[in-house]
Design a binder for this molecule. Sequence first.
Ligand SMILES: *Cc1c(COP(=O)(O)O)cnc(C)c1O
Length: 389
Amino acid sequence: MGRGNREEEQAKSFATKLIHFEGAYDTATGASSVPLYQASTFHQADVEAGQTYDYTRSGNPTRQVLEDYIAQLEGGVRGFAFASGMAAISSAFMILSAGDHVICTEDVYGGTYRLLTTIMNRMNVETTFVDMTDLEQVKAALRPNTKAVFIETPSNPTLRITDIGAVVQWAKQHELLTMLDNTFMTPYHQRPIELGVDIVLHSATKFLGGHSDVLGGLAVVASEELGRRMKAIQNGMGNVLGIQDSWLLMRGMKTLKARMDAHEQGARRLAEWLAGRSDISAVYYPGLPNHPGRAIHEKQSKGYGAVVSFDVGSGKRAKRLMDKVTIPLVAVSLGAVESILSYPPLMSHAAMPKEVRAERGITDGILRYSVGLEDIEDIIADLDQALAE
Ligand SMILES: *Cc1c(COP(=O)(O)O)cnc(C)c1O
């Protein structure tokens, strides 16, 4: 549908690829956006011949453009669009079989933790959670039946950094499948396939969609073989992204770079402002000079992202701040045009026992700020009044 061959497409800079992807306009009519093929089935003029599209669960031209789009942006071989981030992540785990063992980062997204500990365990897939910032812990978790390593970096909410290249290099020596949740960075800032990761996963609900109006998940694989397996899983499980949502997601993705640049400018300013206050006991942002993972992060990512976490010292103070802020949504989720303030102890990490939370820096005073596109000085003034005693 597009112009130029695959090599030419790859050579384009990221900003250009975001706008001029294959299928970005309709070659039949010249229409400036992907047509919505709102159809569940396709007429078969010759039932013996077979055709590209026969039923929308198995393939749909609108969804296909999105799947090719994310594969191109991540530098992978094939992309898949799912009904949510968790649908994408759970589908990737379906590559495993009963009896297999997974090594997973301990501060993984709560939904992934729940999937592994309440569903995959019943399928007889066992998981060991380790502090993945420490390669020795990863190595020590290896068992004869270990089949996969699941990475998430930066992690949530304390933005800890895993050395992707180091983990992948070790995993390859042991023929382990590597999967990475790239939601916080997006392919604009971090392209794990270029670092050797096998499957990249996204909650497209966050930065890729970018407007808090669509739920979706994406997966990109690094080889044709994995592509065939993921395709069979997606078709077999039937957890595909709908046509309208596929379109909406592409609409959001076109502005990814412009949004990420602006988000990050704000997040850096916010992190510095918070770090300069004596009444904030900790600020977590990979762009701060004292962030323990900063050097590793800079080696593998082109940006620091839009999420800043900070500790106001107590649960009481955190709740007061949430009552007094006027700009952000106080909500779960992140990565949208509007700022979103989350309270991990009662939201994303509520299921985690208090002692475990404390060990991971998730104190009662911690808040997570996803910086939106409002004027950063307004965001700061709003926080300043909310923090005043
Ligand atoms: C939100 C999120 C998910 C889950 O995605 P859904 O679209 O909500 O299913 C997975 N990983 C990370 C890092 C997330 O932030």
